[in-house]
Design a protein around this ligand. Structure first.
Ligand code: HEM
Length: 126
């Protein structure tokens, strides 16, 4: 049995992010939030997400945006629910563990879970 590898470099993050958003776009609950509510430009959004996760995992300073502002804008158009967050995390964790295993993989799982929890609390406050 071959072991999966850990997340070690930007190339790995690109594979993770591309795999995750392929699932998101095909998902009947989350897909429309990007395509019909936010009108996401994927060619622009995906590189932002590579930078975001590279910064979260490797502290590269590559992401300087503010995720809360972006989500508040979309949340005002169509409120995010607990079900949306549960699905988001389910798809993210499924993609992550399908592709990788190891310390950085576990750290990524924990960071995704805690950011999602905080984001959910902050959005509910608005
Ligand atoms: C209910 C769950 C979520 C939904 C439906 C959602 C949806 C979205 C949408 C529609 C955008 C805007 C894309 C665009 O620019 O068109 C966005 C941006 C973004 N999301 Fe999420 N998101 C969710 C949770 C999360 C979580 C948990 C994280 C982090 C762990 C995250 C990280 C980001 C980042 C970094 C951006 C880019 C912000 C920027 O433009 O700088 N999202 N999200």
């Amino acid at each position: 049995m071959t072991r999966k590898k850990d997340i070690k470099k930007r190339e790995d993050i690109i594979r993770l992010v591309d795999g995750f958003y392929a699932k998101v776009r095909a998902d009947e609950m989350l897909g429309p939030i990007f395509d019909q509510v936010a009108h996401t430009n994927w060619e622009r959004h995906l590189p932002v997400m590579y930078d975001f996760w590279e910064n979260v995992i490797f502290h590269t300073g590559t992401y300087t945006g503010n995720p809360m502002t972006a989500h508040q804008r979309v949340h005002a158009l169509q409120p995010f629910t607990k079900a949306h967050f549960n699905r988001w995390l389910q798809l993210f964790r499924a993609t992550l563990h399908e592709q990788f295993e190891g310390l950085n993989t576990d750290i990524t799982d924990q960071r995704a879970t805690s950011i999602a929890t905080v984001m959910q609390l902050k959005l509910e406050a608005h």
